[in-house]
Design a protein around this ligand. Structure first.
Ligand code: ADP
Length: 627
């Protein structure tokens, strides 16, 4: 017998489960039955595709039994699935592999730890059995192997492992129920929970119980106990049932069996296609985004079946990455059972299913968008991945451009691009946007002063990926996206300013030269602004240069060797400060004012000052003079 300790994260997860899920403790049974069903799926696949397993006498089933006698209360879940060998037991029931889950655990703190919905999102799995048991025993024999192993743990520090004998392939899990769990050693409770959570398991689930029969009369009357086994579920693939026979409630139930989510899905889409392509898809959108949405090793939510045989739940290409929040199944009648990963990734059949599925999902979202409140809730969860799609999925851009939303200078909340266009000025050609990371700063930024004055709407693009997607997508219909963070942004609007007097070059040129001299290589250039009305200065990026935010983002992504691209300082000659500066003689005051113009523009951009102490000193000198 060998002793093993749990990985730290397992301890954390155990602690979390026990303290946050006590009001849902019955879900342990759902988790164990769902694991058993997965194990059966895996072996079924092997028996159909690999010679080595074809001769196995495979009788897929899940048997549940219990004892409630003096010897203690136990509950046993047995499957005839793939089983686990020694390494599997150590790896699967002693560590947490996915970094998404690990990160998620790390981030939870305080009250969030008690939120059962949060923790339900990533599936608590096997470890939830320790909510109701003070000892859990797993005896398992892997398909195709002779040795069996016994894993036993009190769910506190670790587990013990030893070799044992087991006649059949598969896994048998026995829970020694504690006070919290004693109610589960009961036929009616178990039946009720199984019906609630596991009715849609595609393999038969049996419950074994003792039935007392009485024979004889009077003194001769005696009790005869008979062991009975009753099938609890109907064991058919849910998604193959005729759509007309299914109600919303059925879909919600199936979703919960399938996804580990406690909540009903936000929506579902069920397609049963026949004819040129023969397949079924059933997709769900969880009400809350999966916790690993933004991790590269996210767990794919869609499972692939071929003719009802489970093939894989670890294939990220079944839907485009931006739809990674979708949970569900794809079941094809046309694929061969032994599809390899390579075949999967360039298979025509699957490619067609994927294309049709994406369209169908996007069309469903489009209908949802007609209901403002519901769409907003949906968009809060999935706006970000949809924007990724808007950028990446050229084939469906016509659909995605109707789904993305942006904040805007003219509306509270979000606007669609169509709505922006409908509010455009008669002669306005472009769609203007300002990028930065703080909505409040952007709404009051000098960058958009001129637009506001002219009553032109500007999208407030405060999501860091806006900086990539808007230039990437380039246009919405006939309207080009234009960043107002750039020095040429106001050009097309300038014409209208022609009646305003052009600054006299003879006077302005030396003035600008003087400012440039003070700022040195802090700026790429100094220009007279056509966009400012109330502010004296603003920093912008040159027409083809990356903006501040873009540079920051590239650095955050590890591109440190990027050249430091300098901004352009635009000045407002009509502003009193600039008017006074023109007539200044003493160079010290002029230098201070110039530096302050640059520094205040930096601050308004949300950037850090290179030298705050110098800034404060300058400010104080100016204050002293003016007070
Ligand atoms: P999850 O099911 O979300 O992966 P669990 O903690 O429930 O997480 O299970 C961890 C792993 O242990 C499973 O992925 C599976 O590989 C293995 N496992 C659990 N139960 C069984 C079982 N009954 N038969 C075979 N393998 C199992």
């Amino acid at each position: 017998m060998t002793k093993h300790v749990f990985q730290t994260e397992v301890n954390e997860l155990l602690h979390l489960i026990i303290h946050s899920l006590y009001s849902h403790k019955e879900i342990f049974l759902r988790e164990l039955v769902s694991n058993a069903s997965d194990a059966l799926d895996k072996l079924k696949y092997l028996t159909l595709t690999e010679d080595k397993f074809k001769k196995i006498n495979f009788d897929p089933r899940i048997d549940i039994s219990f004892t409630d006698g003096d010897a203690g209360r136990t509950l046993t879940i047995k499957d005839t699935g793939i089983g686990m060998n020694e390494e599997d037991l150590i790896e699967h029931l002693g560590t947490i592999a996915r970094s998404g889950t690990k990160n998620f655990l790390g981030k939870l703190s305080g009250d969030a730890k008690k939120d059962s919905n949060l923790i339900g999102q990533f599936g608590v799995g096997f470890y939830s059995s320790f909510m109701v048991a003070d000892e859990v025993e797993v005896i398992s024999r892997k398909a195709g192997e002779k040795d069996a192993f016994r894993w036993v743990s009190d769910g506190k520090s670790g587990f013990e492992l030893e070799k044992t004998v087991k006649k059949e392939t598969g896994t048998e899990i026995t829970l020694h129920l504690n006070d919290e769990g004693k109610e589960f050693g009961n036929r009616w409770t178990i039946t009720e929970i199984l019906k609630k959570y596991s009715n849609h398991i595609a393999f038969p689930v049996y419950l074994e119980y003792e039935q007392s029969n009485f024979e004889g009369e009077g003194e001769n009357r005696k009790e005869i106990k008979e062991l009975k086994s009753e099938q609890i579920n109907d064991a058919t693939a849910f998604w193959k049932k005729p759509k007309s026979s299914l109600k919303k409630k059925d879909y919600n139930e199936f979703y919960q069996t399938f996804s580990n989510d406690f909540k009903d899905p936000a929506l579902y889409v069920h397609t049963q296609a026949e004819g040129a392509m023969d397949y079924t898809t059933l997709f769900f959108v969880p009400e809350k985004a999966p916790a690993d949405l933004f991790y590269a090793d996210y767990k794919p939510g869609v499972k692939l079946y071929v003719k009802r045989v489970f093939i894989t739940d670890d294939e990220k290409e079944l839907l485009p990455t931006y739809l990674r929040f979708i949970k569900g199944i794809i079941d094809s009648e046309d694929l061969p059972l032994n599809v390899s990963r390579e075949i999967l990734q360039q298979n025509r059949v699957l490619d067609n299913i994927r294309k049709a599925s994406v369209k169908k999902l996007l069309k469903t979202f489009e209908s949802l968008a007609k209901k403002d409140k519901e769409y907003l809730a949906f968009y809060k969860q999935y706006g970000r991945p949809l924007k990724e799609g808007y950028y990446q999925d050229r084939d469906n851009r016509d659909l995605l451009e109707k789904l993305v939303r942006f904040k805007s200078s003219k509306v509270d909340g979000y606007t669609s691009l169509q709505d922006y266009v409908s509010r455009m000025q008669e002669d306005q050609k472009s769609i203007y946007y300002v990028t930065g990371d703080n909505e409040a700063t952007l709404r009051r930024s000098p960058l958009i002063e001129m637009y506001t004055k002219k009553d032109i709407e500007v999208l407030i693009a405060d999501d860091e990926i806006d900086e990539i997607i808007l230039p990437g997508v380039a246009r919405f219909g006939e309207h080009e996206f234009k960043s107002v963070n750039r020095s040429n942004a106001g050009d097309e609007l300038k014409k209208e300013n022609e009646d305003e007097k052009e600054p006299d070059d003879k006077e302005v040129a030396p003035f600008i030269k003087k400012i440039k001299k003070v700022l040195g290589d802090k700026v790429k250039d100094v220009k007279v602004s056509s966009r400012l009305t109330d502010s004296p200065s603003v920093l912008v990026a040159d027409a083809d240069d990356p903006t501040f935010q873009m540079q920051e983002m590239m650095r955050a992504m590890g591109q440190f060797d990027m050249p430091d691209v300098k901004p352009i300082l635009e000045i407002n000659l009509d502003h009193p400060i600039l008017k006074k500066m023109k007539d200044m003689r003493k160079s010290k005051d002029f230098d201070n004012a110039t530096e302050l113009l640059y520094e205040q523009a930096l601050l308004l951009e949300g950037m850090k000052l290179e030298n705050p102490a110098d800034f404060v000193k300058r400010l104080n000198e100016v204050l002293t003079k003016s007070l």
